[in-house]
Design a protein around this ligand. Structure first.
Ligand code: FPP
Length: 238
């Protein structure tokens, strides 16, 4: 891997759990469970190859329209994941943060999130972000509301607002923009994910369904990223 260019930040849309389960004549919930297992393995691989930030879309602001059953399953997976991660925070050495408006989630989940963010904050390994009840437009509206409030209260002047200041009002404050965005299952859409942050990201859309996206698939994504010339508004990266 040494000659490879490792993206500092990879963002992932984990798509295709439902189709993966359907192919096996299993309920969609089984696909999500397998998808969650895959994610844990990929966090380890990402850290091993030198990725510093990994951000995944686990539940979007639009996902509330799914069946009650499916939402219950996803929340159950989340509860288990949070409880397990709190226990293993030290050994995993990952710093975990949640993006999105968590106030719509059940109180026990909100508390677990706060606890996990706190216990994992000193960790020095992979920075892992989970987008939950997240939507970019919602994130930007919340940011604008806070900017306006801060202007009214005299905390910042209107003229001070630039891209850097605006970024600091987003849920991703302090986290570099993704270098590479991966969406599995062949779909080629952003679906309201990190719209501001992905302004200069490379996009990669493998056909594989999320529960089959294994460590070799991640390495292949990085290999393809390495082969691309990245452009930032006209300047080629050397
Ligand atoms: C999209 O596949 C996937 C989701 C909406 C949920 C992804 C969540 C997980 C993998 C669990 C992650 C858990 C934690 C704790 C971070 P889909 O259901 O839209 O699949 P389809 O397009 O084939 O129907």
């Amino acid at each position: 891997m040494e000659e490879w260019k490792i993206p500092t930040h990879i963002a992932i849309i984990m798509d295709g759990n439902g189709r993966w389960a359907k192919k096996r004549k299993m309920p969609r919930s089984f696909g999500h469970q397998q998808g969650a297992k895959r994610l844990e393995e990929l966090c380890r691989t990402a850290a091993e190859i030198g990725v510093k930030y990994l951000t995944v879309y686990a539940f979007s602001t639009e996902n509330w329209t799914r069946s009650e059953d499916e939402i219950t399953t996803l929340m159950k997976i989340l509860r288990n994941y949070l409880a397990d991660s709190i226990k293993k925070a030290k050994e995993n050495n990952m710093r975990i943060r949640v993006l999105g408006d968590i106030t719509r989630l059940d109180l026990d989940i909100q508390e677990s999130i706060q606890r996990l963010e706190k216990v994992s904050a000193p960790n020095t390994g992979l920075n892992f972000q989970i987008a939950l009840n997240y939507g970019s437009r919602n994130e930007m509206i919340r940011a604008v509301q806070q900017v306006v409030k801060d202007c009214q209260e005299g905390k910042i002047a209107v003229e001070e607002l630039d891209e850097t200041v605006f970024s600091s009002y987003l849920d991703t404050k302090g986290i570099p923009d993704p270098d590479l965005l991966i969406r599995t299952s062949g779909e080629q859409r952003l679906s309201n994910y990190l719209l501001w942050q992905c302004a200069y990201s490379e996009f990669y859309f493998p056909e594989v369904l999320w529960p089959d996206f294994d460590k070799n698939a991640l390495k292949e994504a990085v290999r393809q990223y390495t082969a691309r010339d990245r452009r930032f508004g006209g300047v080629y990266e050397s």
